[in-house]
Design a protein around this ligand. Structure first.
Ligand SMILES: *Cc1c(COP(=O)(O)O)cnc(C)c1O
Length: 363
């Protein structure tokens, strides 16, 4: 194991990162790497400086997409300590994702040890700015040098990190969404329920259409009936219904083509604790539009590790016009859930569910 000394050249970048981190471009200094082979299993753990890799042009992962990843965050608590949000759940989902692509599973203890090492080594990058965090990116890919159409025999696991600001900037504004009528993201029996690289490139043309239509994000419908709302391709969706007897927090049920978000799961529990009724059920586009018109659906928000909780203000549907959710501004239930989740991340609320993993650091 090697730990590389800080060089003075990284310090200005680190300071710049703290004021304006953006989302994905400012990497921290280190990475963890480990290899898998049929004979040795997981072996050769290395911790060192983030650096370029040398790969063969015929590497299987590059050609046939045997690549899976995760995304989780480390936060700085008010007392200065660092915590990672639900890392074991992310380790488990990573195992599900890699298995789906006929890749080996990374044991949870290796995942946890890599996370601990990286966050401890790069702790200077994690400021106490409430909107900032370290986004950790586990990645596994197939390394065999072969263009035979077959699963690789050898793999590499990497863990790297970047400094994250708000995904949509540091202010909480509502975002606008475009319902994709030309493309679909996931099919039953496909890979929509796992975090594999091949799910994301096909969504870029739809994301471009959204931007051309003046929207921030795409909403995906189910592939069979093109009617049921699924998710946003990097975020899950929630709907807030006002009923005579209080607020109901509703999210599309996991049908096998939605990604089971760790944030989605956490918010279902947190909503219950806050006294909202929760439901996982199918919701159609027509229902979404109609219930917004009637005022039954008063708020909609997106959630995910990157997006945290982000209110949705307007919807464009090329097949049925545009509509506004509530008054188009962030709603009270959305903002309560957002605040509750962020307070938990930053140690301002009690971790009743045991979701925060404290990162050990040597004094
Ligand atoms: C990562 C991701 C999410 C959000 O999952 P979290 O575990 O909450 O970060 C939602 N949808 C897709 C397609 C994703 O890749």
């Amino acid at each position: 194991m090697t730990t590389v000394e800080q060089t003075s050249s990284v310090r200005p970048a680190r300071r710049a990162a703290v004021t304006n981190p953006g989302h994905g471009d400012i990497f921290t200094d280190h990475m963890f790497s480990m290899l898998w082979s049929p004979a040795e299993g997981w072996h050769q753990p290395e911790f060192g400086q983030l650096q370029n890799l040398s790969i063969h042009p015929g590497m299987i992962g590059l050609h046939y997409g045997q690549v899976a990843f995760e995304g989780l965050k480390a936060h700085r608590r008010a007392d200065g300590s660092m915590v990672v949000f639900r890392p074991r759940e992310h380790a488990r989902r990573f195992q599900t994702s890699t298995s789906r692509l006929a890749m080996p599973e990374l044991p949870t203890d290796i995942f946890m040890s890599a996370v601990n090492q990286l966050v401890a080594a790069d702790q200077e990058w994690l400021s106490d700015h409430p909107a900032h965090s370290l986004y950790l990116r586990p990645l596994m890919f197939a390394t065999d040098e072969s263009l035979m159409l077959r699963p690789s025999e050898n793999y590499r696991f990497l863990l790297m990190a970047f400094v994250a600001g708000g995904f949509f900037g540091d202010r909480v504004d509502t975002v606008s969404v475009l319902i994709s009528r030309d493309y679909c993201r996931a099919i039953p029996g496909g890979t929509g329920n796992v975090k594999v690289a091949g799910n994301y490139a096909p969504s870029f043309v739809a994301q471009r259409q959204a931007q051309e239509a003046g929207c921030h994000q795409v909403v995906w419908l189910d592939a069979i009936e093109r009617r049921w709302v699924e998710e946003m391709g990097g975020m899950n969706l929630f709907f807030v219904r006002s009923t005579g007897t209080g607020n109901e927090v509703v999210t599309p049920q996991l049908t096998g083509s939605l990604l089971p978000g760790v944030t989605r799961d956490a918010l279902l529990t947190m909503a219950e604790r806050l006294g909202y009724r929760t439901r996982e059920e199918r919701i159609s586009v027509e229902q979404w539009r109609q219930e917004c018109a009637e005022g039954t659906i008063s708020e909609v928000f997106a959630c995910g590790t990157a997006a945290v909780v982000t209110p949705v203000g307007t919807v464009r549907d090329p097949a049925g016009g545009d509509w506004t959710v509530g008054d188009g501004l962030p709603g009270p239930v959305t903002m309560t859930l957002r605040r509750t989740l962020m307070d938990l991340h930053h140690g301002l609320a009690r971790d009743t569910e045991g979701w925060l993993h404290p990162v050990p650091t040597e004094q």
